[in-house]
Design a protein around this ligand. Structure first.
Ligand code: SF4
Length: 359
C-alpha cells in the first residue's frame, strides 16, 4: 500500500502525463455524464478505433438520455449491432428509462446511486462519477489492473478475488481529491499506451521510478495471469440456419427478448436442418447437400458453429407454438441494417455479399 507522499507523487505524475499526452477522442470533447457512460460501456472488450464510429452514430441518433429512453429497443439494438454482448445495449436502454423516470433524465453523480442502475457496475460508476462529476472515486479496468499490479508487484492472480480487491484498494488510496477524473483516465491511458501486456515501454513511463516490476526486472512475470481456457476446450453449439429469399427479400426471425441472443434478428436457426421447415412454417427445398457458408465464432462460454442452407421456398410463414421467435419477417436489403442483427448473422450476410460479388 503506498504511503501518502508516494501516492501524491504518483497522482501528480499520472495527471501530468494525461494532460500532456491524452488522445483526442470524441467522448473527451464536451464531456458530460451521458457521453462518458455510453463510451465506457462501448469500450468494454472493444478497441478504441472500432468504437469511434459506433459512438458517433449513437450520439447522432440518441443525442440525449430522453431520446434514448424514447427509442424502440429494436432501434437501440440496431445501433449496437456488431459490438457484441447485446445485454449491454438492453441494459443501456432500461437504464435510460429509469434515469428519465427517477432522475429527470440526468444521470446521478454519486457512484452508489449509479451502481443501483441497470448495467452500471463498479467500474462504470467510478468512471461517470469521477470523469463527468469530478467525484473522488477510483476505478479499475483491465489496463489499470495491469499498471497497479506491476507498480506495486501484486502477486495475486490478476482476475482473482484477492487480486481485484488489492487493485481497488490501491487505486482508492492513489486517486487524488483534485482531478480524480484526469487521474483515472491517465492510469487507463498509461495501461493502453505504455504498460502493454507484452514489451511495456518503461523507459518513457512516468511511473518508472515507483514501479517494482521494472525495478525488479519482472515485467514479464507481472501481472500474474491464469492460463485462459483454449477455445477448443469450450463446449460446441452446432446450429443450422436457413437462407431464404423471396422477391428480393430475406427472411429473418426476431428472437424473443429472453435467452441467448434475445431481442436480436437472425437467419431462422435451429439445432437440426430438418427443423427449419417447422420453425418457419414454410416448405423448403434445399439446394444441395453441402452448406453454402459455415460460420464459426467463439463466445464467452462456448464455440458457435452455424451451417447455412439456401433453399427454395413455398407456402406462408407461420410461427409454431414454443418458437424462439416473436416474429418472422421478409426484409429488403435496405431494411436489414436498420434492425439489430446478431453478430453471426451479420457476418454470414457479409460473406454472402462477398461471394456474390466474386461471381
Ligand atoms: S514502468 Fe513499465 S511496467 Fe511499470 S508501469 Fe510503467 S510501463 Fe508498466
Amino acid at each position: 500500500m503506498p504511503d501518502s507522499s508516494t501516492a501524491r507523487d504518483i497522482a501528480k505524475r499520472v495527471v501530468r502525463y494525461y494532460r500532456r499526452t491524452r488522445r483526442d477522442l470524441p467522448w473527451r470533447n464536451n464531456v458530460h455524464a451521458y457521453s462518458v457512460w455510453i463510451s465506457e460501456i462501448m469500450l468494454q472488450q472493444t478497441r478504441v478505433a472500432a468504437v469511434i464510429p459506433y459512438y458517433e452514430r449513437w450520439l447522432r441518433s440518441f443525442p440525449t438520455i430522453e431520446a434514448l429512453a424514447e427509442a424502440e429497443l429494436d432501434d437501440v439494438l440496431a445501433h449496437w449491432s456488431g459490438l457484441g454482448y447485446y445485454n449491454r445495449a438492453r441494459n443501456i436502454h432500461s437504464c435510460a428509462k429509469e434515469v428519465r423516470t427517477t432522475y429527470n433524465g440526468r444521470l446521478p453523480s454519486s457512484a452508489k446511486e449509479l451502481r443501483a442502475l441497470p448495467g452500471i457496475g463498479r467500474y462504470t460508476a467510478g468512471a461517470v462519477s469521477s470523469i463527468a462529476y469530478n467525484q473522488h472515486e477510483a476505478l479499475v479496468d483491465g489496463n489499470v489492473a495491469r499498471v497497479v499490479s506491476r507498480v506495486f508487484a501484486i502477486e495475486d492472480e490478476l482476475k482473482s478475488t484477492a487480486g481485484i480487491k488489492e487493485q481497488w484498494r490501491i487505486c482508492g488510496a492513489l486517486v487524488p481529491r483534485s482531478s480524480p477524473g484526469d487521474f483515472n483516465q491517465g492510469l487507463m491511458e498509461i495501461g493502453a499506451l505504455l504498460c502493454k501486456p507484452k514489451n511495456p515501454e518503461c523507459s518513457v513511463c512516468p511511473l518508472m521510478t515507483h514501479c517494482r516490476a521494472y525495478r525488479e526486472e519482472r515485467t514479464n512475470e507481472l501481472p500474474s495471469v491464469a492460463k485462459r481456457k483454449a477455445a477448443a476446450d469450450k463446449p460446441l453449439l452446432a446450429l443450422n440456419a436457413a437462407y431464404l429469399e423471396r422477391g428480393g427479400k430475406l427472411l429473418l426471425g426476431h428472437r424473443k427478448a429472453e435467452g441467448l441472443f434475445g431481442g436480436l434478428w437472425e437467419l431462422p436457426t435451429a439445432p437440426q436442418r430438418e427443423e427449419l421447415s417447422a420453425l418457419t412454417g414454410l416448405k423448403l427445398d434445399f439446394y444441395g447437400e453441402t452448406a453454402s457458408i459455415e460460420h464459426a465464432q467463439v463466445l464467452s462460454h462456448r464455440r458457435l458453429h452455424i451451417q447455412v442452407w439456401p433453399a427454395q421456398v413455398s407456402g406462408r410463414t407461420h410461427l409454431r407454438h414454443g418458437s424462439p421467435y416473436q416474429r418472422l419477417a421478409w426484409l429488403t436489403p435496405s431494411e436489414v441494417p436498420s434492425v439489430g442483427i446478431s453478430t453471426a448473422t451479420k457476418s454470414i450476410l457479409e460473406r454472402t455479399t462477398e461471394i456474390r460479388n466474386e461471381r
